[in-house]
Design a protein around this ligand. Structure first.
Ligand SMILES: [Zn+2]
Length: 335
């Protein structure tokens, strides 16, 4: 049984308010927006009949990434609290003000929620969201997964990633990322301001997932995210089931900034970007990645690969501004 959505201040929420064997939809009040509407975090809680760990999953940290939103909603609908050990907490839309605008950044302050952690309870709406999430929700998790995607402007090869660290939490993160079950698993150097850096500060194992994007939520990508969340629950022992223990491609890159996609191959000009390569294609250093045309059709720039590798991330929204990344080329380790 589940109740219709109820609303309470986020600092008044306790997991114990959700009884074993129940599902609940709760809106947690965080702040008031400039238009007077409440800023809430929607919570979907499935409290298993049996005791066990807590899997926390969020989506729409960026407001134009949709696959994880639907995967969390679908999982909430189909999970059976009677056979679940432990608790699934899903946050289908963590960043409501960005979701409302269908943009990466919040509609009121144009801040990127994945850059402001640990946030500030007195700060902008985006900073308050970050603060409230890391103060009241993240500490509930035994494992946290942050579901991202390529968004409106990019396509990305689906991957599960984690921040590298040399301790048992680092090993747990690697195992969880593999267990999610995507072809590519990527460990990268820690970056500040993220949900994952907030989790690292709290010593909570955490991974992130990237799904294809292009401003869409293809059913195959939503289903793949749902399968991954199921694998994580099996990994945690919350339900029976198998999960992968090896990844077809696992890359760990300790170089500074290794996981940062938005700086690679910036467009030198504004205009219309026309890609010359496909996602996950192998390219050689110097190979044409794409060109930029003025709206009158004249060529403004060509962009070539700075190194050999695979196209992990490619711009799919044709309109581009100078400085926008057009592609990320992933160097594969020598065989
Ligand atoms: Zn994202």
């Amino acid at each position: 049984m589940w109740n219709l959505a109820e609303r309470l201040p986020i600092d008044a929420f306790r997991l114990e308010q959700c009884l074993p064997g129940t599902k609940r939809r709760i809106h947690l009040l965080v702040a008031t927006m400039p238009d007077g509407q409440p800023l809430t975090i929607p919570l979907l809680v499935v409290r298993g009949h049996g005791a066990g760990p807590v899997l926390l999953a969020s989506a729409a940290v960026h407001g134009d990434e949709y696959e994880g939103v639907i995967a969390i909603q679908d999982l909430f609908d189909r999970l059976d609290s009677e056979i679940l050990n432990g608790t699934f907490i899903g946050i289908p839309v963590l960043n409501g003000p960005a979701f409302a605008a269908a943009t990466r950044e919040g509609i009121w302050d144009h801040q990127n929620l994945a850059r402001v952690f640990p946030g500030n309870p007195e700060g902008s709406l985006t900073q308050r969201l970050a603060y409230s999430f890391q103060r009241y929700l993240l500490p509930l998790a035994d494992l946290y997964v942050d579901l991202h995607a390529g968004g409106n402007a990019y396509a990305i090869k689906a991957l599960a990633g984690y921040m590298l660290r040399d301790d048992p939490i680092g090993e747990r993160q690697r195992a969880a990322a593999i267990a999610f079950g995507l072809e590519f698993v990527w460990g990268t150097a820690p970056l500040p301001g993220r949900t994952l850096s907030a989790a690292a500060n709290l010593n909570i194992p955490a991974i992130y997932v990237e799904l294809r994007g292009e401003g869409r939520a293809r059913s195959a990508d939503v289903a793949s995210a749902g399968r991954g969340l199921g694998h994580l629950m099996a990994f945690l022992g919350m339900m029976p089931g198998a999960y992968p223990t090896e990844a077809p491609l696992l890359i760990e890159d300790r170089s500074a900034g290794s996981g940062h996609l938005q700086l690679d191959h910036p467009s030198p000009a504004a205009g219309i970007f026309i890609p010359a390569v496909e996602l996950w294609q192998l390219v050689e250093q110097g190979q044409l990645l794409g060109s930029v045309r003025h709206p009158d059709g004249t060529l403004q720039a060509t962009i070539t690969a700075a190194r050999s590798g695979r196209i992990l991330f490619i711009r799919t929204l044709p309109r581009v501004f100078a400085g926008d990344t057009v592609a990320f080329v992933l160097e594969e380790p020598p065989a």
